[in-house]
Design a protein around this ligand. Structure first.
Ligand SMILES: Cc1ncc(COP(=O)(O)O)c(C=O)c1O
Length: 397
């Protein structure tokens, strides 16, 4: 048979999955691996979907999505961040931010264009750039610098072939947020070199320290930015597959064209549920965020106390501690922790080479589970001689 698509064939499967396939065969595993809320979608939102079904909302919607929903998400963005989008021409309802990422890249990238991405980052970015015919150009952020965005490193990565920069703050997997000043510096680079910005702000509401900065609200950003956001994380709606994209008219038009031919529209029932979430879900969001924040403080304190040094994650629901003190690689650590103590975490190198030396732990799980996970991880660290030996060597010189 003739060979299948070479780009897709050459792309490795997601590094998140392998260990979880192993974990799913084991008993009594505590999973800190999955990046999804442990809450069920709030009742008012589920009820809106049930009501939508009862009323027979089982048809396609317009390609761009229900106008009421587009109007509601535009009002939300205006209220939260002061950014203005036209619901008719600049807004598209997508099947998750996942689809929005794919559409944005396919609308912007020509074969051979380079796309800068700030690693460690969400596992889909590299493959999505490749599938769109682009070349990913990773720029590393480091634990030693608190995973701070380094505008000077971003600028150093720009070449005549650079087309776009992808941003994701609050970040998966580090939980890092960025200062307005650093984000503005990246926007200034985009303006200077005439680049597009794709900003995945799916964790915007899960910001625990300071206020979220919407990239599109920064000076010079709006005309070159695709703003992606959705319902999966803030409203605990991962399974509904519903999100939105806001972009200036020419980009939104191309994204809508691809969506029209490939997806037709996002699921109608999910759109009705998302409308209820946007209009009336604010208290639910606040309650869930307060709960994540309690777990975040508890868990990060616990990690640092057992020698898993952790930069304070100020957003999302992930901690990204360093395992360097154990002398193990990220993969060895994750594999042994799973086999020996039945705690599942994700090796940091799944999120790009600069994630090596760390593991991603999701704290979107109950306090009881977090307590038990920390107890097991403490046992693992205590048994681990390398940590103690290195400390001893350092003190005896
Ligand atoms: C940074 C980031 N972007 C996008 C997604 C996918 O979101 P959705 O469920 O809206 O497709 C995830 C899911 O984990 C994510 O972490």
């Amino acid at each position: 048979m003739k060979p299948l698509n070479q780009v897709v064939s050459a792309t490795p499967p997601s590094g998140i999955r392998r260990l979880f396939d192993i974990a799913s065969q084991m008993q009594d595993v505590i999973s800190l691996g999955v990046g999804e809320p442990d809450f069920v979608t709030p009742w008012r939102i589920r009820e809106a979907a049930i009501y939508a079904l009862e009323r027979g909302y089982t048809t396609y919607t317009s390609n761009a999505g229900l106008l009421e929903l587009r109007e509601a998400v535009c009002s939300l963005q205006r209220a939260l961040y002061g950014v203005e989008y036209d619901p008719q021409q600049e807004t598209l309802i997508t099947v998750g931010v996942s689809e929005g990422l794919d559409l944005a890249l396919r609308a912007i990238v020509n074969p051979g264009d380079e796309v800068i991405l700030l690693e460690p980052c969400y596992v889909s970015y590299q493959p999505n750039i490749l599938f769109a015919g682009g070349t990913p150009v990773p720029v590393a952020s480091r634990a030693e610098e608190g995973f701070r965005l380094r505008p000077e490193a971003v600028e150093a990565a720009v070449t005549p072939r650079t087309k776009a920069i992808m941003l994701c703050y609050p970040n998966n997997p580090t939980g890092a947020t960025q200062s307005r000043v650093d984000l503005q510096a990246v926007v200034d680079i985009a303006v200077k070199h005439d680049l597009y910005l794709i900003s995945d702000e799916i964790y915007d509401r899960l910001t625990y320290v300071g206020r979220h900065t919407c990239v599109a609200s920064l000076e010079g950003a709006r005309e070159r930015t695709v703003l992606l956001n959705g319902f999966s994380k803030a409203y605990a709606m991962t399974g509904w597959r519903i999100a939105y994209a806001c972009a200036p008219r020419p980009i939104a038009a191309l994204m809508t064209k691809i969506h029209q031919y490939t997806m037709l529209c996002a699921p109608h029932i999910a759109q009705r549920a998302a409308l209820e979430a946007t209009l009336n879900g604010e208290n639910d969001v606040r309650e869930m965020v307060a709960d994540y924040d309690r777990r975040r403080r508890f868990f990060v304190r616990g990690l640092n106390a057992i020698g898993l040094d952790c930069v304070e994650p100020t957003g999302a629901f992930y901690a990204f501690p360093s395992v360097r003190r154990t002398g193990l690689t990220s993969e060895q650590f994750a594999e042994r922790l799973l086999q020996e103590e039945r705690v599942a975490v994700v090796p940091g190198n799944a999120f790009g080479a600069s994630g090596e030396g760390c593991v991603r732990c999701s704290y979107a799980t109950s306090m009881a589970q977090l307590e038990e996970a920390l107890a097991r991880m403490r046992r693992f660290m205590e048994r681990n001689r390398v940590f103690a030996e290195q400390e001893a060597k350092a003190t005896t010189g």
